[in-house]
Design a protein around this ligand. Structure first.
Ligand code: BES
Ligand code: MN
Ligand code: ZN
Length: 489
């Protein structure tokens, strides 16, 4: 999708379709130019009929009365309730409609007097359009037609805002495209190759540790989980330097390219969805891509432990005791609790190697998170108030919802082991998301840390709220949130 910005008078714009927004209780759309009375009457009628409800869309043909072949009236609901999120969803609905009727281009007139700042209006419109038109069609012959968009705005910085929103959206789309790949097309080796080619394009430093290097350097969690698959495990590290002489922020992402559960095999139902167990890692790759293209002034390290969790003669077993990267021993009680083992090694390695300012991880870690919060809110566990506050703010800006869960010594006690220092599951099912985080907390110690459990939000699944800009498959959850986070002081 190509998006361009114009400052022109909308009435002079030759276009297949022009969009005007309308809010409840107003007769006419915002910023509607002077039109032929017949058209104005038609528009009034449509506004009355749809009541300008949020998400309502109506198209009328102009029969050559003006240069614009069609007018699309888009309802925004009550004016005081307009938010970044409602604009993003509305823009997504419009884009889908335009694509459905197969127009090659359309125009949006951005109103000036909305109760959100005009910067975020443009951002939401671009994100909504781009993200809603994404579809995972690599393996289909027939591809959807993607229209181009002209944005008419009086904002001086409109072009710059559009290009920023474009880069952010491309980060999300990159994360989605990798996440959606089937497990036969994306194993740890392939994921490493994707990361490598990203690093070449975007001039990132890329290091990939092989199975033998991981063994030799003591990554006992990653090698244990990876040993059941003939697709060998990898640790992918990307470094971006946008700010001289400052401690980096580390992002860690779980990339289990397929999670069968291993010897503690999962039931068959919905096991196909476990290709999405690499979403955390793909989110980190999406962030690295966008941050380097936006040239954000930060130092960032992305660390992605990647394995395939398979049952077999070589697999690790319940009962095994392994040694993690920092030397701590862990008793395996369930081979399906594999994510925390690979994340532990990555967190420990990151902290030891880079002495980061803070470390933030993303993982489709627990089914318990979906039980607790549903499929529209990510779990957040942290040892640092300031990070949580900042994440909460960014989350409100981007519409990617999070909810903090507690952690304290009582939870830490729940993963103590009889035979090793810690064990990889808690007692029974209770507080599953927190006991998983407690396992990770052992690796981070006092380093400021936040953990996102994105099991429910990483892809559109049972219980996901339908949103125009989240089509079927992976959502890229976390990419926009972190870009907002990393752009704020
Ligand atoms: N990848 C899964 C978590 C998951 C399950 C995410 C379903 C999204 C949807 C993770 O590796 C896992 O299997 N966790 C176990 C932990 C348990 C064995 C302690 C779980 O949640 O059941
Ligand atoms: Mn698992
Ligand atoms: Zn998993």
């Amino acid at each position: 999708m190509n998006i361009k910005v114009e400052k022109s008078d909308p009435i002079k714009k030759k276009t297949k379709l022009v969009v005007y927004f309308v809010t409840e209780k107003s007769e006419l759309p915002l910023g509607l130019p002077k039109l032929n009375q017949k058209l104005v009457d038609e528009i009034k009628k449509v506004v009355k009929e749809t009541k300008a409800k949020l998400g309502a869309i109506a198209i009328l043909h102009t029969h050559q009365l003006v240069e614009q072949e069609r007018i699309l009236i888009a309802g925004l609901g009550q004016k005081h309730k307009i938010s970044h999120e409602s604009l993003r969803i509305t823009s997504g609905k419009i884009a889908r409609k335009v694509s459905e009727i197969e127009l090659e281009e359309y125009t949006i007139v951005v109103p000036n007097n909305l109760p959100v700042n005009s910067k975020s209006v443009i951002n939401s419109i671009v994100e909504g359009a781009r993200l809603s038109l994404y579809s995972f069609d690599r393996f289909k012959k027939e591809k959807k037609k993607i229209p181009n968009l002209t944005i008419i705005s009086t904002n001086e910085k409109a072009s710059e805002l559009v290009s920023k929103a474009n880069l952010a959206s491309e980060g999300v789309i990159y994360a989605r495209s990798l996440s959606n790949l089937p497990p036969n097309e994306c194993n740890p080796v392939k994921l490493g190759e994707f990361a490598k080619s990203l690093s070449v394009k975007n001039r990132l430093k890329c290091t990939i540790l092989s199975k033998s290097e991981l063994k030799q350097k003591g990554f006992g969690g990653i090698t244990a989980v990876g040993q059941g698959s003939k697709n060998e495990p990898k640790l992918i590290i990307l470094e971006y330097n946008g700010k001289k002489d400052s401690k980096p922020i580390i992002l860690v992402g779980k990339a289990v390219t397929f999670d069968t559960g291993g010897i503690s095999l999962k039931p068959a139902e919905k096991m196909d969805e476990m290709k999405f167990d690499k979403c955390g890692g793909c989110t980190v790759l999406g962030i690295m891509k966008a941050v380097s293209e936006l040239k954000l002034p930060v130092n960032l390290v992305g660390i992605i432990p990647s394995v395939e969790n398979m049952p077999g003669g070589e697999s690790y077993r319940p009962g095994d005791i392994i040694k993690l990267h920092d030397g701590k021993t862990a008793e395996i009680l369930n081979t399906d609790a594999e994510g925390r083992l690979i994340l532990y090694d990555a967190l420990s390695y990151g902290i030891k190697t880079y002495k980061p300012k803070e470390i933030i991880d993303f993982a489709t870690l627990t089914g318990a998170c979906i039980v607790a919060l549903g499929a529209n809110v990510a779990g957040l566990v942290s040892n640092n108030k300031k990070i949580v506050e900042k994440i909460t703010k960014s989350s409100q800006n981007t519409g990617e919802q999070v909810w903090q869960l507690p952690i304290n010594d009582d939870y830490m006690d729940m993963i103590k082991s009889d035979y090793a220092e810690i064990r990889n599951t808690g007692p029974g099912r209770v507080a599953g998301t927190i006991t998983a985080a407690a396992f990770l907390a052992n690796a981070v110690g006092n380093t400021p840390w936040a953990h996102f459990d994105i099991a429910g939000t990483a892809w559109v699944q049972a219980g996901s709220k339908e949103k125009s800009y989240n089509p079927k498959g992976a959502t890229g959850f976390g990419v926009r949130l972190m870009l907002d986070y990393l752009s704020s002081p």
